[in-house]
Design a protein around this ligand. Structure first.
Ligand SMILES: [Fe+2]
Length: 290
């Protein structure tokens, strides 16, 4: 690996033991110059995953850090705490299969971030799968076959398996997106199907759709294409929510409290204003935090 100017400016190096992703040596509580921000944005685009360690950030500081990579959402309901111990913590303890966040709306989040506020020994890791590398690894014939296809993305029902058309209920949000996306800022292709919320590939019979999706998963979720991040207090991970997927196992009881800030042009509530059930559960969570 050659050390570029960006690496020298930010102390960037590949995350140890990871197949992709970059760790940088930057203190995000100190003011950053434009050159450093531009370097961080370029490093982020290499793999769509960047790690800062030993940070102690307020929510506003986390949002300002995310702004380096795209506009951070600042609405209360789009920023929340993921926790298995805090009363009202979001997402509880259950396993979360690999997914992109909210692929079932017209404009899914561009990026996500998690900042480790409290992490006990044995806290569940977060796993990341690169949809950029997955695309790169496909045989040419498969690339050509899927290039024109689209998939129906639906809100996952947390079934421990892929949510399909048969699982949907009235009012479940869904959206159609291309199976092959293009990374923002680089145009590099990535696979946009996931094992949680991709119901089917449109324009294909169900059996053929299922078989093709499974074939793509073999590349996406190949263990060689997965980075498992064991959390330490102070970690901040920022990832491209479209080009990189995330997952976790059941959290168990080891304390794990992560603050979530998302990067997006459009918030969830702008896109799904009718989803009152989720709205209410997040409002309840806010009350519990207050
Ligand atoms: Fe998620």
């Amino acid at each position: 690996m050659t050390t570029t100017d960006d690496d020298a400016l930010t102390g960037a190096r590949p995350i140890a033991g990871a197949p992709f992703g970059w760790e940088v040596g930057i203190d995000l509580t100190a003011p950053l110059g434009q050159a450093e921000k531009a370097a961080l944005a370029r490093i982020y685009r290499r793999d769509g995953l960047i790690l800062f360690r030993n940070q102690s950030l307020t929510r506003e500081q986390q949002q300002q850090a995310c702004d380096i990579f795209g506009p951070a959402l600042r609405t209360d309901l789009d920023n929340y705490v993921v926790s298995n111990v805090e009363e009202g913590g979001f997402l509880g303890k259950q396993e979360l299969l690999f997914h992109n966040d909210i692929p079932y709306v017209p404009a899914p989040f561009l990026g996500g971030s998690l900042h480790a506020l409290e992490v006990a020994e044995g806290a569940a890791a977060t796993r990341f799968a690169s949809a950029l590398r997955a695309w790169d690894s496909l045989p040419e014939g498969l690339k050509e076959r899927i290039a024109p296809l689209q998939a129906l993305q639906v809100r996952g029902h947390l079934l421990g398996r892929r949510t399909t058309l048969a699982d949907l209920g009235p009012g479940d949000p869904c959206a159609v997106h291309s199976v092959v996306g293009q990374q923002q800022g680089t145009g590099r292709p990535y696979l946009f199907v996931n094992i949680d919320m991709t119901a089917c590939i449109t324009a294909l019979p169900h059996a053929e759709s299922d078989a093709l999706i499974e074939e793509l998963f073999a590349y996406l979720y190949d263990p060689a294409n997965i980075y498992e991040h064991g959390w330490a207090k102070g970690d901040l991970l920022v990832w491209d929510n479209l080009a990189v997927q995330h997952a976790r196992s059941e959290t168990g009881n080891a304390a794990r409290t992560l603050r979530r800030v998302s990067i997006a042009e459009y918030g969830y509530w702008e896109q799904v204003p009718t989803d009152m059930a989720t709205h209410q559960s997040l409002r309840d969570m806010e009350k519990a935090e207050a």
